[in-house]
Design a protein. Sequence first.
Length: 320
Amino acid sequence: MPRPHPSSGFAPGLPAPPRLARGTTLPRRSCAAAVPAPLGTRSREALSDAMAPLGELLAGVRGVLLDISGVLYDSGAGGGTAIAGSVEAVARLKRSRLKVRFCTNESQKSRAELVGQLRRLGFDISEGEVTAPAPAACQILKERGLRPHLLIHDGVRSEFDQIDTSNPNCVVIADAGESFSYQNMNSAFQVLMELENPVLISLGKGRYYKETSGLMLDVGPYMKALEYACGIQAEVVGKPSPEFFKSALQAIGVEAHQAVMIGDDIVGDVGGAQRCGMRALQVRTGKFRPSDEHHPEVKADGYVDNLAEAVDLLLQHVDK
Ligand SMILES: [Mg+2]
């Protein structure tokens, strides 16, 4: 799909880095020569000038997929914390002409619990607006007559209420948190080893995510352990699986080339969305690390400080 490629998103006076055949990097606040005023204090004109190249890239966008953890909020004790500006940014987006869908790999909580938590933080979000891996996995289990051994967090167990788990013929692994004990991992391993054709379904394959207390291991390392022990390859339901992004786009009736993904995971969110033909922005919140902007394989179409900045850009340029 043809995309416009801005020549540079760097502020005047800054040497362009030796990369960015694809991505555009907005001026970073940590760069002394290019320190822009905080978003709220910059004039609309200054903001518009700084972001023009990236703004051009957003022309024609009709729909937005939003990652949740690390973009809307950081999970953690007491329900987590909203990321500054995100509540209002979601509200502005939903008031606009853009179609919005939340696309998450959250697998510790049911959608009902996740949405309840986000609503308590002030977000305008409902269960029907969320694409999450557990319901997608349930559909696959039913379609293929699979009866899973579940290695999951108790918080998401209700999503599997209608699933037959007797005499398991596959394993479903999700972000089980504290339930990733040796005993539970070994039980899943034993189920797989007894199957003639072992099937391992993983809800996402993230390496880590950020909670308010720090970075946390995600399901990916445990999925890899079972793959290694059993000599098999897991089927991933969730980002970066193309089917998962497509189902989120179908839900809002938007084609991939008309959509932009906004996420904090350079591989799962940005790389996955780009492989589907979407544009993708990485936010510098959540699990973002500065090294992500020099990732050897994935370049975002743009990097923004947070969701509020992404929404500013979108709302300035999508109708042009
Ligand atoms: Mg995230």
